[in-house]
Design a protein around this ligand. Structure first.
Ligand SMILES: NC(=O)c1ccc[n+]([C@@H]2O[C@H](COP(=O)([O-])OP(=O)(O)OC[C@H]3O[C@@H](n4cnc5c(N)ncnc54)[C@H](OP(=O)(O)O)[C@@H]3O)[C@@H](O)[C@H]2O)c1
Length: 250
């Protein structure tokens, strides 16, 4: 075990799958105690098994403020503080603008924007000076992918929060950074089609746009989340750090 996060307390929303789960594993391996959240209890239980120790799962929906209160009440009761928040929970759906419904709009903004805002806000009273907040955004924040308009707008909002909250929290030396993944091979991509063939085709389409020639892995995001969480990034704040194999950079 190395100790980049020795003694740190972290909250990772959406920690039962994909990047959140990979990051929880890394954080625990580096000495942190981690709280993971998600709506699906079975996946939370499996994640706890996989992580093995120094982890608590709290079932809840980030868009439900009472669930967030319950999460932070438990963190307060058990540890009294939270040093690191990875606001990672998110959802995406491909819908062209002509077909956007109120339901689609409300769903994505509730999870990706409202959920993220209150995940961070409700952590602040437990966060010591010098804490680290990491917001999972997306290269969609700066791209114009077809049928991705509402999702992309949610992620542009996330990127903006990294700027404004850096200013809001400067007196407390709390660092706020956006981590913007490119296409990463996680279960969220299953929503790219209705059949396995459609999903594989969409993945291949995205991979063909990536200079490194492949999708990223969840652990490649976890390594960057660890950098942003730890003292290695002590002079990094307000940035959007792209982890995309070059996809949005060339
Ligand atoms: N994969 C990519 O290519 C990619 C690229 C750029 C950005 N991202 C972003 O990366 C983040 C993580 O996604 P992923 O790729 O790791 O996908 P994933 O494996 O599907 O994970 C998504 C996580 O978010 C949780 N979640 C979704 N809605 C939630 C809600 N309302 N309340 C609480 N938790 C919720 C899910 O748990 P439950 O379903 O149990 O609630 C799950 O743990 C998302 O913000 C996504 O937008 C992904």
């Amino acid at each position: 075990m190395t100790t980049k996060l020795a003694g740190k307390i972290a909250v990772i929303t959406g920690g039962n799958s994909g990047m959140g789960l990979a990051t929880a594993r890394r954080f625990v391996a580096e000495g942190a105690y981690v709280y993971i959240t998600g709506r699906r209890q079975k996946e939370l239980d499996e994640a706890v098994q996989l992580i093995g120790s120094n982890v608590t799962a709290v079932q809840g929906d980030v868009a439900n403020l009472a669930d967030l209160d319950r999460l932070y009440d438990l963190v307060k009761q058990q540890h009294g503080r939270v040093d690191i928040v990875f606001a990672n929970a998110g959802a995406g759906e491909l819908v062209p603008i002509a077909d956007v419904t109120e339901e689609h709009f409300d769903k994505l903004f509730s999870i990706n924007v409202k959920g993220l805002v209150f995940t961070v806000q409700k952590a602040l009273h437990l966060m010591p000076d010098g804490g680290s907040i990491i917001l999972n955004a997306s290269i969609a924040s700066i791209k114009g992918f077809e049928a991705f308009s509402v999702y992309s707008a949610t992620k542009a909002a996330v990127r903006s929060f990294a700027r404004t909250w850096t200013a809001d929290l400067k007196a407390r030396k709390i660092r706020v950074n956006a981590l913007s993944p490119g296409t990463i091979d996680t279960p969220i991509l299953d929503g790219l089609g209705t059949t396995k063939e459609e999903v594989d085709q969409a993945k291949a389409g995205f991979a063909s746009l990536i200079p490194l020639g492949r999708m990223g892995t969840a652990d490649e995001i976890a390594k960057v989340a660890l950098f942003l969480a730890s003292d290695d990034s002590s002079f990094v704040t307000g940035v959007e750090l792209f982890v995309d194999g070059g996809a949005a950079q060339v």
